[in-house]
Ligand binder design. Sequence first.
Ligand code: SOE
Length: 379
Amino acid sequence: MKPLNIGMIGYGFMGRAHSNAFRKVGNFFPIDRRIVLKAACGRDGAKTQAFAHTWGYESVETDWRALIARDDIDLIDIAATNNVHAEIALAAARAGKMVLCEKPLAMNPAEALKMVKAVEKAKVPNMVWYNYRRVPAVTLAKQLIDEGRLGKIFHYRAKFLQDWTISADVPQGGQGTWRLDAAVAGSGVTGDLLAHCIDTALWLNGGIKEVTAMTETFVKERQHALTGKKQKVGIDDASAFLARFRNGSLATFEATRYARGHKALYTFEINGEHASIFWDLHDLHRLQYFDHRDDGVIRGWRSIHVSDGDQPYMKNWWVPGLQIGYEHSFVHQVADFLAGVASGQLAAPTFRDGLATDYVTDAVLKSARSGQWTKVKSA
Ligand code: SOE
């Protein structure tokens, strides 16, 4: 089998999630390339070395430009902070590499558009790591909607709730807390958490026409982990918006890091003319489904344990009844990406799909500032 040499940029949470996916995918899915973890890249040499050792990368680079310049790298995976996505992706596309990028695609739509143009001009395979699409229960939701089981959609309701930044002592900037630093993250929960909800929503329910939003920054100043200085906080701690989808349905979206007791409670509910669907990341292998067309005496919400071979992705894992988890969504994403490359029909979400999400998050932030309903651009 022809090798596919991976150059991984970043060794944090996502560097681990992606590396795990690259290592596992060939054991469970019929891929046509032999994945080689060729090089890990990060600014801190010792940490990158340790990461490379743990995950089995053959070599280490401390400058992403040197990584991209290497002839023995086929695919650049950007698992670094949001502020460097664009620069790296542009250089990787110019060098003719395949490019995978962590979400959100960019700091703002202007950057994201440049990235889309670069990969499309260079005709290089590209994808954004919106992994939740490939949790089997979520993929099953897509299947049920596409089969028309819900009928006309009236409502879409999504939430992503966390509680890890309530203390004013949590710093901004630095490893682990860069998500609180606007210069590195771009925005707060809008780009970090709502972006997930929006990506899933655009996939399941089509485009969003307009939004009206509110955001809040509860802790106004935080110490910067790198400078030690107290600085104004530029990110949104909480963000909520109403939306109208192009198909006429109405939506509410909410994300916060101030919902005490919730760690990563991503939920969505969709209400259609005939049926409704509910999904909850804390119970990710289940899909709740209600069908009004069921016989009245047994009608009710059913909890589908998504673990059977005829349900999405599951025939590649264990035997019916045995469930899988969070990390597998990344494995599925690599499997689909490679199948897309092999067939010439790229798997979504491509960079252009990532731009569509960035247009929504941008409209949300603009609306929160202006207090006005704001139109969403089409990607
Ligand atoms: C933030 O805590 C975070 O890790 C996000 O950055 C991820 O994208 C999300 O999947 C889980 O929460």
